[in-house]
Design a protein around this ligand. Sequence first.
Ligand code: DX5
Ligand code: ZN
Length: 225
Amino acid sequence: MVKPKIAPSMLSSDFANLASEAERMVRCGADWLHMDIMFILYYNSHFVPNLTIGAPVIESLRKHTDAYLDCHLMVTNPLDYVEPLGKAGASGFTFHVEVSKDNWRELVQKIKSKGMKPGVSLKPGTPIEEVYPLLEDENPVELVLVMTVEPGFGGQKFMPEMMDKVRILRQKYPSLDIEVDGGLGPSTIDMAASAGANCIVAGSSVFGAPDPAHVISLLHKRVEQ
Ligand code: DX5
Ligand code: ZN
């Protein structure tokens, strides 16, 4: 069985106290810290209608924690971020398939050469078939992040119909890290876990809880079952 990983989304943390928030999540049992990197490119089509953090923040955070930093790139030009994020100390680098049709081979190769784990993500409207070539290549991605909300903001409603993608992927790739992101928490975890997801991103359900450690342990247990 693939190892469960619970990854609180730091997008829901207090950005002004990022180091102590990260430490708090690790103390609460987080396996990974999920870092949402969003950038709007006005001179191109934008990918998400939001702007969050970049490599300088990852670099600062890395000085305070050894935690696995699971970076989710919601940008139109992920290739530009590989070098800076690698240097900054990112652990995982997940880019979106929608913006990487022409250069995913180069992306995967570069991400690995910088010592990061390459992952690919897909928006709700993107068919699962689009990630197959990246998994079947001789230099494959090592994680697929299935978006269960439209990327851009925390606190949105989980889309259960995305579980078909997770089920199909799990059937085809028994040992793949399959991550779900958006609207995950105690009330939606069973759908994700039974479909076969093993990496669970949870922002508002963890940070908004009176006892985040309890929520993290509950998510863990449900994935293990
Ligand atoms: C949305 C981000 C998510 C977000 C999840 O674009 O990719 O990681 O922070 O937040 P919740 O768990 O609140 O839906
Ligand atoms: Zn994310």
